[in-house]
Design a protein around this ligand. Structure first.
Ligand code: AMP
Length: 156
């Protein structure tokens, strides 16, 4: 993959922050789907999780470091997806992408559902594994007729 230059249009160039179980899977899936992907992780051993067919770029560095984001040419990205295991890092990177680089599609994972309001204020989409898991479990229980709408309770 070539990083696009300032003069080229932003198109299908996705930066993924965090090459853990979620980030690596996402990178492999997007890359297999033909999208340009750059994945960043502070631990270079994490890139071992990428599949041999991964056709994107990987960059070792702490994504909360502004220089690392600039080196990744974040200003050219059409989407930034922050999926580290650290909510604070995800919030910080997502806000930088949104506020300073005006990236249209910014998605962040957060472990703590109570912090979702922080993201919403900044127009950042979130995924919360705890809430998603509750919904999926409720769906499975619904199939067997034992659902008690536990997802509603979890969101309260
Ligand atoms: P997992 O918990 O399996 O989803 O993995 C999360 C990944 O995020 C790990 O590979 C961490 O090394 C990575 N990570 C955590 N904080 C940062 C950060 N500030 N910058 C880049 N990668 C990070």
């Amino acid at each position: 993959m070539k990083l696009i230059t300032d003069k080229q249009e932003k198109e299908n160039y996705t930066i993924i922050i965090g090459c853990g179980r979620l980030g690596a899977n996402l990178a492999n899936t997007l890359s297999d789907g033909g999208e340009d992907v750059l994945i960043i992780d502070k631990n270079k051993d994490a890139f071992r999780k990428l599949s041999p067919s991964f056709g994107g770029l990987s960059m070792a560095g702490d994504a909360t470091d502004f220089d690392v984001l600039q080196e990744a040419q974040i200003s050219n990205a059409s989407a930034v997806i922050a999926v580290t295991n650290n909510d604070n890092a995800n919030i910080m990177v997502a806000q930088i992408a949104r506020e300073m680089f005006h990236i249209e599609r910014v998605i962040a994972r957060l472990y703590d559902p109570d912090r979702e309001y922080v993201y919403r204020e900044f127009g950042i989409d979130t995924i919360c594994p705890a809430i998603l898991s509750v919904k999926e479990i409720d769906k499975i229980l619904s199939k067997t007729g034992i659902s008690n709408d536990i997802d509603q309770e979890a969101e309260q």
